[in-house]
Design a protein. Structure first.
Length: 291
């Protein structure tokens, strides 16, 4: 019998209380259909010591939502898990560096197409005013470097007053107009093999595509081969072994694909939109456990 632990949010954080249990239950059901047992534990119960996870065959932080609001303790937990040599997938070092969007700068330097980005330790009105000209944009998006689910993300038009900024280090990018029209494409990869794709669009009057903001999700049966090739290039830049990944892409102003995020910590796999119901994911996990 396998003992798979799925890490879930801090039980004292109500932010995603209406969503994460459904995602956890989809994962548990997919595992059960594949003959694997899975249980869940709050990641915040295992920050200082890893003893409570030591007996697990595999630990996966697939629903550890909200870590971005508790980032200091998240980094401490990652260090604890790494030091204990826990069987984590994705590995604890990946869970640490992928929690800060500055990894996009490294990927851009490696030749991958990422949106033009300005990095700031603390966003100011003067920085934003200069960013419109520096980036050649009429609209900007300002995001925290450590964030998730559209948290503290602001869209600003040229001439519009800056009223909200992220608390701490942030990035400033041109607003990607295609996000409003064709949305974002998410490519799911398990065990190095492409599984399925999902198209995510914002609801009318909204620029954020997350479900808590009314985002509309649908399967993408035949994703663009160019997008798939870019996802493979992204994953090839990661030195550590990965068991799962969600690569989020959008088209830039020139129609070419841009890497928006490489989600390697706790991405929703959208198994409800997977043609096989998640069998490819479970097969990748079983292959990892049996090697």
């Amino acid at each position: 019998m396998s003992d798979i632990v799925i890490l879930t949010p801090n039980p004292e954080d109500p932010s995603f209380a209406g969503q994460w249990p459904q995602v956890r239950d989809r994962l548990v059901a997919a595992f059960a259909a594949g003959g694997l047992d899975a249980r869940s534990e709050a990641w915040t119960d295992h920050i200082e010591a890893a003893d409570g996870l030591a007996s697990a065959d595999l630990i996966m932080p697939l629903v550890a939502w909200g870590y971005h609001r508790d980032h200091v303790r998240w980094m401490k937990a990652c260090a604890t898990w790494q030091a204990a040599g826990l069987p984590m997938m994705n590995p604890a070092p990946v869970l640490a560096w992928n929690s800060d969007k500055s990894y996009l700068e490294r990927l851009g330097e490696a030749g991958l197409p990422v949106p033009p980005t300005l990095w700031s330790e603390q966003v100011t009105a003067d920085q934003v005013a200069d960013a419109f000209d520096t980036l050649g944009a009429d609209e900007l998006v300002i995001k925290p470097r450590v964030s998730g689910g559209g948290w503290q993300t602001t869209r600003l038009a040229r001439g519009e007053a800056l009223t909200e900024t992220p608390e701490g280090p942030a990035l400033i990018q041109p607003f990607i107009a295609a996000l409003e029209t064709e949305g974002e494409l998410s490519l799911l990869v398990f065990g190095g093999r492409f599984s399925h794709a999902v198209r995510k669009r914002p609801r009318a009057g909204e620029f954020r595509i997350q479900q808590q903001f009314g985002g509309l999700y649908a399967p993408e049966p035949d994703p663009d081969p160019v997008a798939l090739a870019l996802a493979r290039r992204v994953l090839a830049t990661v030195e550590e072994e990965l068991l799962y990944a969600r690569i989020d892409l959008a088209r830039g102003a020139d129609g070419q694909w841009l890497l928006m995020e490489a989600e390697l910590i706790e991405p929703d796999f959208y198994l409800n939109h997977a043609p096989d119901g998640g069998q490819a994911f479970v097969a990748a996990v079983a292959e990892y456990l049996n090697r």
